[in-house]
Design a protein. Structure first.
Length: 125
């Protein structure tokens, strides 16, 4: 292994991925990152890709900015340590976004009521 490169069995940390992230768009077979059951949820009919939660290198939910902070919805139960790591990511992202309008992507809010049932939490605020 070269410097800075983790071992192959190193777990991928939870991440908040932005809309249209190349990780979610750059592969013909996206099923290795986007589970089949979530494909239609995160990739909308117009081709938009919602901001996603990556857990163990795979999509596990979505997130959005709100006036109160970063709201995340997990499509499956996540362990407390994963939520804690996502909250840490959200804090860093909130710092980055603090000078921006939290409602800039509010036109996508119509998609949130159509999400599958999940665990929704405010990660930062």
């Amino acid at each position: 292994m070269g410097p800075g490169r983790p071992a192959g069995d190193t777990p991928a940390p939870p991440r908040l991925m932005p809309m249209w992230d190349s990780t979610l768009l750059g592969y013909l077979d996206r099923s290795r990152i986007v589970p089949t059951e979530y494909k239609a949820v995160v990739t909308r009919t117009n081709g938009d890709v919602l901001p996603t939660l990556l857990v163990d290198g795979r999509v596990a939910g979505v997130w959005r900015t709100t006036p109160d902070g970063i709201e995340a919805t997990a499509f499956r139960p996540l362990p407390a340590k994963t939520w804690k790591a996502l909250a840490k990511e959200a804090e860093a992202l909130s710092t980055f976004l603090e000078s921006r309008d939290p409602t800039v992507y509010s036109r996508y809010n119509n998609w949130w009521p159509t999400l599958p049932p999940g665990d929704t939490r405010l990660l930062s605020g």
